[in-house]
Write a protein that binds this ligand. Structure first.
Ligand code: CA
Length: 232
């Protein structure tokens, strides 16, 4: 029998705690709930949750500090929950190793989708399953072995840099990637301030793979944060 995934929730806001508890109990997850960052840091090694949902504004220590401590020994997926006014912390959280984020208020649908993606990624990483070289979503097919991209069965020509970007997105499909992360991976560590570069490349990629580049179906913008290649 498959055991239900265990989720550690770190949240001090009662209404959000209740919302998370109700939504996740109805969807076959086991839950552990704590209100303080230090409790999360001390409980994670003994309970080994499959996923952590972490509020950034905690009563004792900063959520960012919790991520840093956890990431020093573990790759347990972390989904950050942030308030609207914490835009900057959200990006910092992702750059410190959080896997994804939700901005309050969020819907059950969004929450479940983020959890599914993060659990899927961590299972792939831990089981060492060879990821199929072909990525498919809707009419988009990317073959990482042949380095080919097709839309509705038509081959699309990409420049080498465009291909590098799409391959990075495919490797992290479903996850949000920050501008900083993409720039560092494609152009190297000195490129951090060149996000206008990235915008141009993304616009060109969209022209090639999207039916309506203004309303992307595959390559979505996470405003102020980065980009996400949808995988469902
Ligand atoms: Ca809080």
């Amino acid at each position: 029998m498959e055991t239900k995934p265990l989720i550690l929730i770190v949240e001090d806001d009662k209404p959000i705690q209740n919302f998370l508890r109700t939504s996740l109990n109805n969807h076959n997850y086991r839950l552990l709930l704590v209100e303080k960052g230090k409790e999360a840091i001390s409980m994670a090694p003994s309970h080994m949750p499959d996923l952590i949902i972490l509020d950034l504004g905690l009563p004792d220590i900063d959520g960012i500090e919790v991520i840093k401590q956890l990431r020093s020994w573990s790759s347990i997926p972390i989904i950050v929950v942030s308030a609207r006014e914490q835009e900057r912390s959200k990006i910092e959280a992702l750059d410190c190793g959080a896997d994804d984020y939700l901005t309050k208020p969020f819907s059950i649908g969004e929450l479940l989708a983020r959890i599914r993606v993060s659990l899927r990624h961590s299972q792939i990483n831990s089981s060492n399953t060879r990821i199929s070289s072909e990525f498919r979503v809707g009419d988009l097919v990317i073959d990482c072995e042949n380095r080919s991209v097709k839309i509705s069965n038509q081959f699309i020509h990409l420049t080498p840099t465009e291909y590098k970007i799409i391959a990075l997105l495919v490797k992290n499909a479903g996850k949000v990637l920050t501008h900083h992360y993409i720039l560092k991976n494609i152009w190297g560590p000195s490129s951090e301030n060149e996000s206008q570069y990235l915008r141009v490349f993304m616009a060109n990629l969209r022209k090639k793979i999207e039916t309506d580049p203004a309303q992307p179906r595959y390559l979505v913008t996470e405003i102020g944060v980065g980009y996400r290649l949808l995988d469902e």
